[in-house]
Design a protein. Structure first.
Length: 133
């Protein structure tokens, strides 16, 4: 190996280690769990009231970056009784956000089940219990 190639290899390795340690550091600052995506839910209105509501499901990768090009579906029902399942696909909004609507026809606890097929085909599920006061 020539000295020049050796030098280039060395510089690349030092650079790579630098990037890796920076990533680990920023992940711990954000409180992210390494190796897992984050799926979060917000509602409009907030706080909820009986009637139609809009749900925004936000998907972030293990590094905290928004994930677009995921396929997000959901279903909705009360936790305490069967009100009939409302389900469908969430519509991409960009910046890792996907939106869906539902009819929260009664006060009480409702479950929003989300299913996210990541761009690499892995499936993540997350359930949220929301209360309509
Ligand atoms: Cu009910």
């Amino acid at each position: 190996m020539s000295n020049k190639i050796l030098l280039v290899t060395l510089v690349l390795m030092v650079g790579l280690i630098g990037v890796m340690s920076w990533k680990v550091k920023s992940a711990s600052v954000l409180g992210a769990t390494a190796g897992s995506e984050t799926i979060s839910l917000s509602t409009d209105p907030n706080p909820l009231r009986p009637g139609r509501a809009t749900f925004v499901i936000e998907v972030r990768d293990a590094g905290g970056e928004p994930v677009d090009n995921a396929t997000v579906s959901y279903d909705l029902n009360m936790t305490t009784m069967n009100m009939g399942i409302q389900q469908g696909s969430a519509t991409p909004l960009g910046r890792g956000r996907y939106t869906a609507t539902g009819n929260l026809s009664m006060r009480g606890p409702w479950r929003v089940r989300t299913k996210v097929i990541m761009p690499d085909e892995r499936t993540e599920n997350k359930d949220f219990v929301i209360n309509v006061p």
